[in-house]
Design a protein around this ligand. Structure first.
Ligand code: AHR
Length: 318
């Protein structure tokens, strides 16, 4: 809690205003978003803005356009503005110690949403609300291992499109996937490269994969749906059938992926929910009220194979 807010609450109590209109000063959250790289990210931004409105929270929103230095600047500006809570989705995992120490020195609690940071002192943030990315990678690989099992003796050459280099989802989704396929003689990663979580890069990198390996590619594992959708375009332009000639395994579960699955162009999407806004607002209120929070709040998610896409599509919120 900032000094201003504490002073205000203390003053309100002294004046007997607690519980009155004067005591209901809106909570101020400074939120630094990664950018607008994907359908997922857009839905995440909408969720946070909508939830802030519904919760009566004043949201100071800054878009970092995929750059860590912009996030550091935004966090310093939130500290200078004495917001009540700082929240952010870190573009990459490392390099946060200094600025988070500054927030701690200013007594402003920090909540992480979506992505983790790699800091030695875990007291620099209160909690992390978001998905288990390692488990998402495992789920993608388990689906593929089951698929491969139905064709015994066949080897599946996999190309992998990684997310932003150094980001928690790129690191963890790779780790989880590799953990499951390790020792499986049917599954082999033959190429892996970042496509920065965007459609445009997904298409570009897939074109390069196709040029280098052509018809020997059996599977695309993409760390998000946007890269998979970009790659699908590249596969079609190369005269191949995505979903058939090349099995498409992806992560997020955005509407675009469901549309691709309904057209038979994608085989599975592992859900990663961007709807973190309501949980963030609750956590911010709790931390300001002095309530203890768990260090990790994990989002519940499912796996959607193409067979269930049409039935599930009407229920999708993002
Ligand atoms: O951090 C979550 C990831 O970031 C999503 O999977 C991806 O679509 C986004 O850009």
């Amino acid at each position: 809690m900032t000094l201003t807010r504490r002073t205000f609450i203390a003053g309100a109590i002294a004046l007997g205003l607690a519980g009155s209109a004067y005591a209901a000063k809106p909570l101020v959250i400074g939120f630094s978003q990664v950018g607008a790289e994907s359908e997922w990210r857009t839905a995440n931004t909408v969720s946070i803005k909508d939830a802030a409105k519904k919760a009566g929270v004043t949201l100071k929103f800054a878009d970092a356009q995929q750059r860590q230095e912009n996030q550091v600047k935004a966090i310093r500006s939130f500290i200078a503005q004495k917001v009540d809570v700082i929240a952010f989705s870190p573009v990459v995992e490392s390099g946060w110690d200094t600025v988070l120490r500054e927030a701690k020195a200013a007594k402003i609690p920090v909540i992480l949403t979506d992505r983790d940071v790699n800091v030695a002192d875990k007291s620099l943030y209160v909690t992390l609300i978001g998905s288990d990315f390692v488990e998402e990678g495992r789920r993608a690989a388990r689906w593929l291992a089951d698929y491969a099992k139905k064709q015994p003796g066949k080897t599946f050459n996999i190309v992998e499109l990684q997310g932003t280099v150094g980001s928690a989802p790129a690191i963890d989704r790779k780790t989880g996937f590799e953990e499951v396929i390790k020792g499986n003689p049917q599954l082999k990663i033959i190429r892996t490269q970042t496509a920065e979580f965007t459609r445009a890069k997904g298409k570009e990198v897939m074109e390069a994969f196709l040029k280098a390996n052509g018809r020997s590619i059996n599977v695309l594992y993409a760390h998000n749906d946007d890269m998979a959708i970009g790659a699908i375009q590249a596969i079609e332009e190369a005269g191949l059938k995505p979903g058939k000639d090349i099995v498409i395994v992806s992560i997020d579960g955005v509407k675009g992926a469901f549309e691709a699955m309904m057209l038979g162009k994608m085989n599975v999407s592992v859900e990663c929910s961007p709807l973190l806004g309501p949980q963030l607002m609750q956590a911010a209120k709790d931390v300001v009220a002095g309530k203890p929070l768990p260090k990790r709040i994990v989002t519940e998610e499912k796996v959607f194979p193409a067979e269930v896409a049409a039935k599930e599509f009407p229920n999708r919120k993002y």
